[in-house]
Design a protein around this ligand. Structure first.
Ligand code: HEM
Length: 242
């Protein structure tokens, strides 16, 4: 449980097209950020520290060319779960579940003698579902990263969650991935209503292999939430908070 949640930043860009001005007016329950007029390619940034009570709400109205739209830009209970959802997904379904290593000298681990030159596969999937470490297995429970596991990070120091590996061969794509994943996920959730064909539950079973693939292909239905021009012109930048 964190008493001082990390700062969240919102950036609104006017990408509507040359010569089209955008008027933005953002408010929270107790703050009025005032009306802003954004020329083409101008942006408006604001930052805030979400409440420990999970009830922060920011909403903005947008006006351009006689059109008017209002959005809930930040709903804490909805949006603070974005990064925990990614962590929980990488915990239960690490894309590279087996990490290979070879010992360079004799050693003893937990009473077992391991000679030099031994090849071993570290089973991340098993480690990240260890019932001695993680409760409520195998439930998908992103909320755990908002409370008792709030400070856990995935950069190879907290060994109960190492989806990118650890040590000198740790994944070099880690920073890129931790930036891009929340942005892509936020865009997809922001842009579409998601469903499954005939409301069928998604089969999450995996097929065996060095990389983790779904056993059955994912079939979803998507419907755009907004006219494409609007969704293409509002960008929310989420800062990944570990
Ligand atoms: C969610 C995304 C990703 C996950 C979960 C992931 C996971 C991993 C894991 C577990 C390893 C083995 C690490 C170890 O041996 O300790 C690895 C290695 C590697 N990853 Fe990633 N990876 C991701 C994205 C990427 C991206 C985007 C790139 C490139 C742009 C990348 C490039 C590499 C390379 C080159 C290695 C081999 C490093 C070495 O052996 O020295 N990965 N990754």
């Amino acid at each position: 449980f964190s008493l001082f949640p990390k700062k969240t930043h919102v950036q609104i860009n006017n990408d509507l097209g040359s010569g089209i001005d955008l008027t933005v007016h953002c408010k929270s329950k107790d703050d009025d950020l005032g009306e802003r007029h954004l020329g083409y390619h101008n942006n408006f940034d604001f930052g805030f520290r979400p409440s420990i009570f999970q009830n922060t709400l920011f909403f903005c109205s947008f006006q351009w060319n006689g059109l008017f739209h209002r959005f809930d830009i930040y709903v804490q209970i909805r949006d603070s779960l974005l990064c925990p959802v990614i962590k929980e997904t990488l915990r239960l379904y690490p894309p590279a579940p087996l990490v290979p290593r070879e010992t360079i000298e004799d050693c003893t681990v937990a009473g077992f003698h391991v000679p030099s030159g031994t090849r071993l596969l570290v089973n991340l999937r098993k480690l990240q579902r260890d019932p001695n470490v993680w409760d409520k297995l195998p439930d998908f429970m992103p909320e755990r990263f908002l409370s008792d596991r709030a400070n856990i990070d995935m950069r190879g120091q907290d060994f109960e969650l190492i989806p990118f590996g650890s040590g000198r061969r740790i994944c070099p794509g880690i920073t890129f991935s931790l930036r891009v994943l929340p942005l892509v996920l936020a865009r997809l959730l922001h842009g579409f209503e998601w469903g499954t064909v005939g409301d069928k539950a998604i089969d999450m079973s995996e097929s065996p292999g060095l990389t983790n693939h779904k056993a059955t292909p994912l079939e979803v239905t998507l419907s755009p939430k907004l006219p494409s021009m609007i969704s293409a012109s509002i960008k929310m930048h989420t800062t990944y908070n570990q």
